[in-house]
Design a protein. Structure first.
Length: 658
């Protein structure tokens, strides 16, 4: 039930949770248990901006829906004496500050995501166990992921919609199914992949021999049967909002954990201090306090509570209650860079794109369609039009996810050079023990053919001023780096300590934390014999992988039948960007985050920088505490080749493991 401040302030509950609706839902199945959820944002119940499929991204920058967080300004990893000619001539620039949208509202970022739902692969999840989390693997996650799912097969059988019911749940809270509108370029995109010898499998299909995925597939779009997108709010809160043992207070920003410390040094959380209408309040927990505020906010709350790196806390006179150096570190983020192509004039009527929404008259027409009858799908070989929902019924529903050796003839040389560089780095003590373990797993994953090179097809021009022209239609392909070698930090502010790092600048919980993903800072040496032109002696690995993905996307659009739909000249970045170095500079100057930040409270052994316990009996419990847990994707120790909503739901389900 929704509460007033009088019903919460100074009151006690069995569990106090910051924002986590999955866990709140499961805990309150026991009527004898009382749960308080503190949500920093508004309820946003029934808000059309969150219930209309094609409005994804429109909430960014609006404080009603997201907090407006951003990274610090990112710096080029090269020193002045290693600048390339392009850098010296000013044709490339320092990496720009990146937006990191974090949802403000009940249900969290599931309310403003782009309707992507697919699980990581076997090797992704088994890597958690190899990093010291005994029992936390594919088998465990699959069990609880299926518990959360209620998969609805598509009502129209069509070749671009494929699925395997054996790996989907059918009775869970999280309803989702494939996009009802199959827009015209989906089949074309698929066929072009086929002609490049890419196998087409479903997102949940796992190769029984290699335990990896290789597919080009349509994405699930979490749309309810009435075509409203499903999110945490609808799946886990709305059906149980009536429960008398569930109390939800919105506009309540968690500030810090209140606690006591026993003679044995173990910390016991007693409650949460929070801000509501500019006043400070407290709510008390008799059993547990659970942080589910997300990867960006969790470490901020811990540090302000005296839990973290003692050097950071001492600098701001915060009493050190627990020294856990890993708080706010091991940050990993998916990043992307893309290209835009124009649909040929003679083929515009065969496809539906979002570009029409730039025309006020067409926008009005599409709004009318949105509020009219249910969409009806008309299919031809390459054509899909709708009656009813129109453009607003569409989502980003096509992607490919492939191994590096599928997309790049340079894969083997990259593996060899990376392996040599990592061995040299380990011998020189360049990497921490954790990074050594992670990098070895990542290298092995690449060599085993893990499908971690993602292309996302968007039926619109890239959102860059000056690209889209009135009356034209566009297609954009975005390359997503899913297993980055870069590692960053998230804490409450900037704190310089030798090489630039981030730590508290203020004890004010309303100050946005500083985030530095340290993009492109893991360098490795590679040989230039297979490149079009000689690059500098060192190049950042993450950029190199993105360069290969970018070149692959250009091969896809030059492959029939997709080629016949597009103008021969690329719109953006255009034909002047050709060499590997030019592509790398373009990527550095246009790179964007994908808003999949993980790792800030990693589930790892303490000696490896872990923040939460690895044992299933005390799962996600902060080290040296008796009743403080972190339950969200901030506990993920190594990034996965998947968008993170599904794994976020599974994490919330798994905490109830018996």
């Amino acid at each position: 039930m929704s509460a007033t401040i009088e019903q919460v302030s100074g009151k006690s509950f069995d569990y106090v949770i910051t924002a986590g609706l999955v866990l709140a839902n499961r805990l309150t199945e026991d009527e004898s248990v009382s749960v308080l959820v503190l949500e920093a944002g508004a309820a946003n119940l029934g808000d059309p901006a969150l219930l209309t499929p094609a409005t994804f991204g429109s909430q960014f920058g609006n404080p009603q829906y997201e907090w407006g967080y951003a990274t610090v300004s990112l710096q080029s990893p090269k020193s002045d004496d290693h600048q390339t000619e392009a850098q010296q001539s000013g044709t490339t620039s320092t990496l720009q500050q990146q937006g990191c949208p974090l949802a403000s509202g009940l249900g969290g970022s599931s309310g403003i995501n782009f309707f992507q739902y697919h699980m990581p692969s076997v090797s992704d999840l088994d890597a958690f166990e190899k990093l010291g989390n005994a029992g936390w693997n594919w088998d465990l996650v699959k069990k609880y992921q299926m518990k959360s799912e209620r998969f609805v097969p598509p009502p129209v059988k069509e070749e671009t919609m494929s699925y395997d019911l054996s790996v989907h749940g059918t009775d869970g809270a999280d309803i989702y199914f494939y996009l009802q509108l199959v827009y015209g370029l989906s089949a074309v995109f698929r066929t072009s992949h086929h002609r490049l010898r890419c196998t087409w499998l479903t997102p949940m299909t796992i190769d029984p021999q290699t335990h990896v995925r290789t597919y080009a597939a349509n994405l699930s779009s979490e749309l309810e049967l009435d075509s409203k997108p499903l999110n945490n709010l609808q799946a886990y809160y709305a059906p149980v909002a009536h429960r008398k043992n569930l109390t939800v207070l919105t506009l309540a920003r968690a500030a810090k954990i209140e606690s006591t410390t026993g003679a044995n040094g173990v910390l016991t959380a007693t409650g949460v201090q929070f801000l509501h209408n500019d006043a400070t309040h407290s709510a008390f927990a008799t059993r547990e306090v659970v942080l589910s505020a997300g990867s960006i906010i969790d470490p901020q709350i811990l540090e302000l509570s005296g839990i973290g790196n003692k050097e950071v806390l001492n600098k701001f006179d915060i009493p050190v209650k627990l020294e856990i150096p890993g708080v706010g570190s091991n940050i990993q983020e998916h990043v992307h860079a893309g290209a835009t192509f124009e649909i040929r004039e003679e083929r515009k009527d065969e496809v539906l794109t979002f570009d029409c929404l730039h025309d006020p008259a067409e926008l009005g027409k599409q709004m009318q369609l949105l509020h009219s009858s249910r969409m009806i799908i008309y299919l031809t070989k390459y054509n899909s039009m709708t009656e009813g929902k129109g453009v607003f019924g569409m989502g980003l529903s096509m992607m490919s996810m492939l191994p590096l050796d599928k997309i790049s003839p340079n894969a083997q040389a990259i593996y060899a050079d990376l392996e040599k560089s990592l061995a040299e780095g380990i011998a020189a003590n360049k990497y921490s023990p954790l990074y050594q373990k992670q990098f070895k797993l990542q290298l092995q994953s690449l060599k085993n053919g893990q499908a971690n090179c993602e292309t996302l097809l968007a039926q619109a021009a890239a959102p860059i001023p000056g690209i889209a022209q009135p009356g034209k239609k566009y297609l954009s392909l975005s390359s997503l780096l899913n297993n980055p070698f870069s590692r960053g930090t998230i804490v409450s502010g900037r704190f310089d300590e030798g090489r630039e790092k981030n730590h508290i600048k203020s004890t004010n919980p309303l100050d946005n934390p500083a985030m530095d993903p340290h993009l492109f800072e893991e360098e490795y040496v590679y040989r230039n014999s297979y490149l079009e032109q000689v690059l500098s002696d060192q190049i950042v690995l993450d950029i190199r992988l993105l360069v290969e993905m970018f070149k692959w996307n250009r091969r896809v659009v030059q492959t029939e039948p997709l080629k016949s739909f597009l103008q021969p000249t690329e719109v953006f970045p255009g034909p002047d960007v050709q060499t590997d170095e030019q592509i790398a500079n373009y990527i550095k100057n246009t790179i964007g985050t994908v808003y999949h930040t993980i790792g800030s409270c990693s589930m790892l052994p303490f000696a490896d920088g872990g923040v939460v316990d690895t044992k299933l009996k005390t799962l996600y419990q902060v080290y040296n505490t008796s009743n403080l847990r972190v339950v969200d994707v901030s506990i993920v120790p190594l990034h996965v080749s998947a968008h993170v909503q599904a794994i976020a739901f599974a994490i919330g389900e798994i905490v109830t493991v018996d």
